[in-house]
Write a protein that binds this ligand. Sequence first.
Ligand SMILES: NC(=O)c1ccc[n+]([C@@H]2O[C@H](COP(=O)([O-])OP(=O)(O)OC[C@H]3O[C@@H](n4cnc5c(N)ncnc54)[C@H](OP(=O)(O)O)[C@@H]3O)[C@@H](O)[C@H]2O)c1
Length: 329
Amino acid sequence: MARAWSLKARPQGMPKHTDFAMIDLDQSTLGAGEVRIANRWLSVDPYMRGRMNDVKSYVPPFALGEAMQGGAVGEVVDSNDDGIKVGDMVLHMAGWRDEAVVPAAQVQKLPALDVPPQAFLGQLGMPGMTGYFGLLQVAEAKAGDTVFVSAAAGAVGSTVVQVAKAKGMTVIGSAGGAEKCAWVKSLGADAVIDYKSDVPVVKALGEAAPKGIDVYFDNVGGEHLDAALAHARMHARFAVCGMIDVYNSGAATQLKYLARLIGNRVQIRGFIVSDYMNRAEEFYKDMGGMLAAGTLKRQETVHEGLETMPDAFLGLFSGGNTGKMLVKV
Ligand SMILES: NC(=O)c1ccc[n+]([C@@H]2O[C@H](COP(=O)([O-])OP(=O)(O)OC[C@H]3O[C@@H](n4cnc5c(N)ncnc54)[C@H](OP(=O)(O)O)[C@@H]3O)[C@@H](O)[C@H]2O)c1
């Protein structure tokens, strides 16, 4: 019997282990056009916290008591579709479970790039596309710009750092703790701010970028966003990707420097990566070139076994990952 994680209760504040429950999935029959997939790698992502709330959003909430969904990579073990064969490695959205039965139309064969399969859940997948298009399209970042990116040791942030360096930008990253900061520096960042040190982010950013920043890639919100506003140069562009600082608290963000955006004509744009999914080929081509040139580094934090999904997910909110957080089934 296949097993899946379900949401037992909608979390209040930081989710707890008791908010999740493992359920059995009866999927013994394979319908017309369906494929059966043995999941090998499961993704946990910060956006899943939003799906735990019963609110209207760009993606519907998880239904209580039912199998949760999320990015997954697995091997096809049975197929009722001519285009997908047993043995194919595929990407799909029926994660949080060890085995998935889904319509073949909802799976994607892994692109032909020289990386291990789990990379398509991270740097060569949704988080990588988020960093790539958020930086180059939403923020319109270009060579010569000074870019500040928060959560720079995470899946999205570490992609932003490396793409920005590959495209001739100066990069300042922020991350929590000396070890993560050293890793961000090893990716090529020109300066790294340890936001967990005693120095306020606004002061540290002023020292790292004395002439200000042209681009802010926001993964965090809160104090980071305010610091970026304080140091935004004329016509700076902000790509607002995420605000993990408030996902659990829901607290209102205090922005002392918000009015700076008037005089400095700062442009702030939120975005969702799905806006750019139709440009995946362009992403694979450019990132593939960087991979081949050896300019991309990748790191994963791996939890072992389906049982560890809640641990891995909760770790996203306590800095438990460097690079992409994954579960190996
Ligand atoms: N708009 C979109 O389409 C889209 C798509 C994907 C992701 N996102 C967003 O992008 C952001 C990064 O996602 P990801 O998948 O790459 O996750 P991630 O950065 O790999 O993991 C989350 C990291 O956030 C940092 N963090 C957690 N709580 C924090 C806090 N209160 N203040 C500062 N940093 C905190 C932690 O790193 P430290 O140890 O450094 O604190 C943690 O490791 C998230 O906000 C996510 O929601 C948006």
